[in-house]
Design a protein around this ligand. Structure first.
Ligand code: COA
Length: 181
């Protein structure tokens, strides 16, 4: 049986997060940058999607996704999101963003923003699917390769409707998230 848990990241998870970051991005954050978000930024929150396979002998666990976001007063800022290639299109990215929105709303954030590469159709589609709209463009914002960023916003912040894998569990608990809409 395979369970998926959304949990706060810890320093021990850093090597796996760095490996996933390097596998997913052409201009990855360095270990130092990720560590700074994880341990040194009071606005930053860091979640992992943790897959536990209990079908064989013993239990095997791996990090299949992570999401770093900031909650700065009224603003939820989605910073970095990645899902392991073999686990995509199974609702993991959406589950991570929903949890970010839930935590943001809980801490009185009233809008959410993010930047995304113009060519990143998967991510743009995910954010659009969740209720973000494009509100601007930042010219040549990204490097390697140089590319514009689309600025996307959800204003007001609402908890997006969701369809998640059967076994997604919230931080600290084994129960499934209630449907939010
Ligand atoms: C973008 C990313 C995080 C999406 O994660 P994911 O777990 O595959 O996304 P989900 O399964 O939760 O997708 C939810 C919805 O988003 C949209 N979506 C996600 N990936 C898509 C794709 N490749 N093409 C079209 N739509 C897509 C769909 O509407 C999907 O719903 P559906 O599967 O019911 O059609 C993942 O592709 C990834 O890690 N990419 C590399 C890193 C990256 O680009 N990060 C984002 C930086 S801004």
């Amino acid at each position: 049986m395979v369970d998926l848990h959304i949990l706060p990241a810890t320093s021990e998870m850093l090597p796996e997060i760095v490996a996933l970051e390097e596998a997913c991005f052409s201009a990855p954050w360095t270990r130092k940058m990720l560590e700074a978000e994880l341990t040194g930024n009071p606005f930053a929150h860091f979640l992992v999607a943790w897959r536990q396979d209990r079908s064989g002998e013993g239990a095997e666990s791996t990090i299949v996704g992570y999401h770093c976001f900031w909650i700065v007063f009224e603003e939820l800022r989605l910073m970095n999101l990645a899902v392991r290639g073999s686990m995509r299109r199974q609702g993991v990215g959406k589950a991570l963003v929903i949890e970010a929105c839930r935590l943001g709303a809980e801490q009185a954030a009233s809008r959410a923003i993010l930047e995304v590469r113009e060519s990143n159709h998967a991510a743009r589609s995910l954010y659009t699917h969740m209720g973000f709209i494009q509100v601007g463009k930042r010219s040549q914002y990204y490097t390697n390769p140089t590319e514009d960023a689309f600025l996307m916003e959800m204003n007001p912040l609402v908890l997006p409707g969701r369809r998640q894998p059967e076994s997604v569990c919230r931080p600290g608990g084994a129960s499934q998230l209630p449907d939010l809409l």
